[in-house]
Design a protein around this ligand. Structure first.
Ligand SMILES: [Zn+2]
Ligand SMILES: [Zn+2]
Length: 479
């Protein structure tokens, strides 16, 4: 804690002025300071006192954005008197990153990204965090309006239902979505409507550094669409990861460096809720070979495919395969990372993660992913089933087939609605088979033998090499 407090004092000269505005019901607190260019990515906490009787706060942020070609971006969030220290964010009341320059909080409602509820008297802290900064640095100002009056009824958490059915089958969904609760452009209702239009079975809500959407999904008519709570734990400096399968009121703190060794604890919190951790778009920043700086071994899954297929995704696919060859059983998933309906390479459902699950529920979908019963595709209509079999045993995606030394086995692949695609079969020793699909409904049966392979997996590509689908492995092991 001291580290951050000292930093905030060093980084910013804070000036606090309290001005009485209208006669009886509001006052404005002004805080100002300067952050120099050497302080990129530093956390600056701006404390201010709220007296008793305040029922609403409004915060406006001002800073010199301009710069050519770079510009300043100052992220923003807020903590109430229950606590703001990293790892103990009981007072967390919302985050808008660089997506908003003003917000409000009151008992019954708040700006998207923020948590409604009582405005407690005491010491609050606004966190500001520069994620890009020009050489001249930035001058910032916070205008905090404190308003008293009659308190509205307190907001009630309305979590999403976690169960829809217990019918075993393949379920299609999008594991990475944003709305106005972070930097997305859709409302929660618009995201639900589009997911239904696209016949998705589930979506995971993953706003940057806030659980505000998770607190209210239960207010919407989702019918047969399963919403799973999540959070995109977002450090611009060290990488993004998704916590999926959270309880509505769980908040995962993003404010850790890799050296602090706290990510394992954060992932334990996700596991405690029955969820999984996913390394997101690990090659997102082209300036780095791998812009994910946390210990990859701690995570359950890798988002190998983010949005429209491109070369960065190919790097992620190769990186994942390298992990498998090293014996690390990471689950590969894909997701759109959608922020808006049109004009983006990140369209909802492209790609989608198709999971074999014992039903459509949070528990079953997360279990299916955890077990690797997963393939990823950009095509709504594709059906894909990979299995390996001996005379008396069969193993599907995520399963392990036990073989005797040198025993023969068959690799069975069924593929629907993907004509002209090129299928490749891969193992830990590289490419084994290649085949061009001719009809819209094909079954392949390859005979292999021996104990040379530890896993087998399939990729489906266009003739140009763009990925259309890929599976997680079926595992092989000697008896
Ligand atoms: Zn991200
Ligand atoms: Zn995202």
């Amino acid at each position: 804690m001291l580290y951050y407090i000292k930093k905030s004092i060093i980084l910013a000269l804070l000036i606090s002025i309290c001005i009485g505005v209208s006669a009886q019901d509001s006052s404005i607190v002004i805080k100002t300071g300067h952050i120099d260019s050497s302080s990129l990515f530093k956390l600056v906490y701006v404390p201010f006192e709220i007296p008793a009787g305040i029922t609403k706060i409004q915060v406006k942020e001002f800073y010199n954005e301009s710069g050519n070609p770079d510009k300043n971006v100052l992220n923003m969030g807020i903590y109430d008197p229950r606590g703001y220290t990293p790892g103990n964010p009981e007072g967390f009341r919302g985050w808008s990153g660089g997506a908003k320059k003003e917000f409000f909080i009151q008992a019954d409602q708040a700006s998207t990204g923020y948590i409604p509820g009582k405005i407690q008297a005491g010491l609050w802290n606004i966190l500001i965090y520069p994620s890009t900064i020009i050489p001249a640095g930035m001058d910032w100002k916070l205008e905090i309006k404190l308003i008293s009056g009659k308190e509205n009824s307190i907001f009630r958490v309305s979590p999403t239902p976690e169960f829809i059915n217990n019918k075993p089958g393949w379920y299609r969904g999008d594991l990475h979505t944003h709305t106005l609760n972070s930097d997305g452009k859709r409302t929660q209702q618009e995201l639900i409507d589009e997911a239904k239009e696209k016949h998705l079975d589930y979506i995971v809500s993953t706003e940057h550094n806030t659980n505000s959407a998770n607190l209210s999904w239960g207010r919407y008519n989702t019918e047969n669409l399963l919403i799973i709570n999540g959070e995109e734990v977002t450090s611009t400096e060290y990488g993004h990861w998704n916590a999926i399968g959270l309880n509505a009121d769980t908040y995962i703190d993003w404010r850790f460096t890799p050296e602090q060794n706290r990510i394992g604890q954060m992932i334990s919190k996700v596991h405690h809720d029955g969820g999984l951790s996913v390394i997101n778009h690990p090659f997102f920043n082209v300036k780095y070979i791998n812009s994910f700086y946390y210990d990859a071994d701690l995570f359950d899954c890798i988002e190998v495919w983010n949005g429209t297929w491109n070369g960065l995704n190919n790097l992620a696919l190769e990186w994942w395969d390298k992990q498998l060859r090293m014996g690390k059983k990471k689950i590969a998933i894909g997701a759109s990372d959608t922020h808006k309906k049109t004009g983006s390479p990140n369209n909802l459902g492209i790609p989608q993660t198709v999971v074999y699950a014992s039903g459509l529920s949070k528990k079953a979908i997360i279990n299916g992913i955890r077990q690797g019963k997963v393939y990823v595709t950009s095509l709504d209509g594709i059906d894909l089933d990979l299995s390996v079999a001996t005379k008396d045993k069969n193993a599907g995606l995520g399963d392990t087939l036990l073989l005797s030394e040198g025993q023969n086995f068959n690799v069975l692949l069924k593929l629907k609605n993907c004509p002209n695609a090129i299928i490749t079969l891969h193992s830990d020793s590289g490419l084994i088979k290649s085949y061009t699909v001719k009809t819209s409904n094909e079954s392949m049966n390859w005979k292999l033998s021996g104990s040379a392979y530890r896993y087998l997996r399939v990729e489906v590509r266009t003739s140009k090499g763009d990925l259309l689908a890929f599976t997680n492995p079926v595992w092989l092991r000697n008896k």
